[in-house]
Design a protein around this ligand. Sequence first.
Ligand SMILES: Nc1ncnc2c1ncn2[C@@H]1O[C@H](COP(=O)(O)OP(=O)(O)OP(=O)(O)O)[C@@H](O)[C@H]1O
Ligand SMILES: [Mg+2]
Length: 480
Amino acid sequence: MFSIKTKQVLGVTAMVAIVVMALSLLHLMDLARTLLEESQARAELIANAIYHQSSEVVTSQGTAYDELRSSASVRLALESAIYSEDVTDAVIVDPTGTIIAANDRDRIGQTVEPRASLAALIAEGGPAQLRAVYSGGQTLEWVQPMNMDDQPFAEIRIGLSTILVRRDLNQSLQPAAIAAGVALLVAVFVAMLLAQVVLRPIHVITSGLSRLGRGELGTTLDLRDDEFRDLGDVFDRVSAQLRAAAPGSANPVQLNELSRRIVKLGRLTTGVAHEVKNPLNAMTIHLELLKTKLGDARAAAVHADVISQEIHRLDEVMQGFLKFARPDAVDFAPVDIAPLLAGVLDAIQPQAGRAGVTVERSCGDQSLRVSGDASRLRQAFLNLAENALQAMPKGGKLSVSCALNGNRVVVRISDTGEGIPAEHLERIFDLYFTTKRGGSGIGLSLVYQTVSVHNGEIDVESSMDRGTTFAVTLPALQSR
Ligand SMILES: Nc1ncnc2c1ncn2[C@@H]1O[C@H](COP(=O)(O)OP(=O)(O)OP(=O)(O)O)[C@@H](O)[C@H]1O
Ligand SMILES: [Mg+2]
């Protein structure tokens, strides 16, 4: 689904994101604690100030509440409390929780609601503090008891809003968030660079394999300085072996073996052919003798002639078969195709001239070499050229081209002759298939055999009255 590169980038980024988040959380808790402690310090300061004002106005236990309630300085101290950061209210309550004096006069006489203690929250851990600051809005409380004659008689309560603490926290968080963002961006960039470096060997291997696939045998990998060096060495060895085993490179051992087998097969078939030919020869001789002895018995002579003709035909078939199965060894050697074709065209030139056929050869300047048996290849191309000429009794054009296509040499022999009917196309390479008077039908069989022995292919394209093209493809000899 994802490429390795994407996965790697995502992985590294996620790791960095987790670290950044963990650090941010720690930083956040630290900040929350600091802010809460600062609030507590402020509340303590305010409470102390109110305490001082109160102790100055109170003269006796009996009148204390009235004195506090009516004192202008105490009220001022309470009112000014809320100008301090995070503070929402400041009140003095009696032990029953009834408000004696407050920054807001309307609340005098009311009972205070119980609130969470700021001191208790500070004593708790970071997670609890963060939860308190970020879970909705609540008011915390700092309580300062007031005693008279060692008896608690009132409390100063300072209210602090967590919403205000949260606002402060968010403000001081901004630079941290920017830093985290930058860290993530850097992480993505570094991860991409890393992926490039780490994945290089894989790219090298992939491109090597695809070059090998395209037939660039002997391709090597540039993986000298990597942990993948062993893999690179194996690849290079396999590549070299492929190159050595490729047919185009004419591995002498393999081709000689092939050649030997063909020779053996040839000997076998020619052995049989000779066994047939010998009695045929004997029959011919004895038939001639019989004819002379028959003298003027004309009726019998007619039958003897028929037998003689048939024997002649059989003899031709045998000759052709012998040619096809000739037991000559196949001698592989580097063969330059262009001059070989030039020789073939020279040989047919007189015949072409008589038939009014113009001959054209285009092979470029490139040297096109194959590993092969020059005389067999020459014979094969000669057969194709002769067929082409025979297809153009009233003149035309014979074009021969050769070219390199990848690691194959392609030779095309085209004529503008009569063409081959579709129903004949698949039979033309059959031994003895011919449509010509006096043809033996061996030519294309030999061509096919030669091309096969050279590990090549032959294709034919033909359209009636337009002409025919035979394309012979042979493995090119790799120039090392
Ligand atoms: N260039 C061509 N144009 C038209 N038909 C062709 C062409 N080449 C081959 N053929 C057809 O294929 C048949 C077989 O060809 P092949 O060369 O095997 O035998 P052949 O030419 O008839 O006899 P020979 O043994 O003398 O070559 C031919 O008889 C002909 O019908
Ligand atoms: Mg022929």
